[in-house]
Design a protein around this ligand. Structure first.
Ligand code: Z5A
Ligand code: MG
Length: 218
């Protein structure tokens, strides 16, 4: 008898929207047969380079934006076969950020300087084409007022108000429309309210069939 494959669940969202908190809650609620994968995974050699980029104080970063974008994607590709193996073995996998973060942040970063060429959505999505598509996808939408109130905001490279406003705009432009696997969540609500909605939605999601891969993201 073959085992049912696990569900691939993605939680994306704006900064400080509570993604990591909700990923932890969901992983705990789904039980021991669940794996949590956070992107960027800063523990790999590629992840070390990404961490240095995100935590460096230098502003002279725009020249390396194309290579950083490819590194964020490579960081997903280096875990792609591990994720698929978990799903095939019947384990649910919870993703904290994924390809939409990749596209949105690089898009805005490439427009933050007038001295460089902005990166197009066509170019930005190509490195992630072929990655597994999530079976259930949540986007945590937090208001700007609530976002800046939450602990830790402003510690890393992209955590500036103007930048975050532009990130919110592009996320809303590129998020799936009319896709029943996609769920927009009001992340200003309490932690418990959000975690109940997420868990109930995952529990009610149909048993996934064949693996689906991104052939077009935006
Ligand atoms: N990035 C990129 O450029 N390209 C890519 O391909 C990828 C990422 C994948 C680091 O990401 C940066 O990498 C990010 C995008 C870029 N840049 N920025 N800015 P990260 O995922 O490592 O970032 P993080 O450090 O985890 O922060 P975060 O994701 O912004 O936070 P969060 O996970 O959404 O929130 P949280 O840590 O769960 O909660 C934040 C605080 O709010 C915490 O004190 C909680 O207790 C509190 N909280 C959470 N939920 C609630 C509710 N409902 N009510 C009240 N308070 C709450
Ligand atoms: Mg987080």
């Amino acid at each position: 008898m073959s085992i049912n494959r696990g569900k691939l669940i993605l939680i994306e969202g704006l900064d400080r929207s509570g993604k990591s908190t909700q990923c932890d809650c969901l992983t705990a609620k789904l039980g021991a047969n669940t794996v949590l994968v956070k992107f960027p995974d800063r523990t790999t050699p590629i992840g070390h380079q990404i961490n240095a980029y995100l935590t460096s104080a230098s502003d002279a970063k725009n020249d390396s934006l194309e290579s950083m974008h490819l590194l964020f994607s490579a960081n997903r590709w280096e875990l792609a076969s591990t994720i698929k193996a978990h799903l095939t073995a019947g384990r649910d996998v919870v993703l904290d950020r994924y390809v939409y973060s990749g596209i949105a942040y690089s898009y805005v970063a490439s427009r933050a300087s007038s001295t460089r060429q902005p990166l197009s959505l066509d170019w930005l999505q190509v490195p992630d084409l072929g990655l597994l598509k999530p079976d259930v996808f949540f986007f945590l939408n937090v208001s700007e007022e609530e976002q800046v109130r939450r602990a830790g905001f402003g510690e890393e490279l992209y955590e500036k108000r103007e930048f975050q406003r532009s990130v919110a705009d592009i996320f809303h432009k590129i998020l799936p429309k009319g896709d029943e696997t996609f769920h927009l969540i009001d992340a200003d609500k309490s932690l418990d309210e959000i975690s109940s909605v997420i868990y109930e939605t995952v529990a009610a999601a149909p048993q996934p069939g064949d693996f689906q891969y991104y052939i077009k993201i935006v």
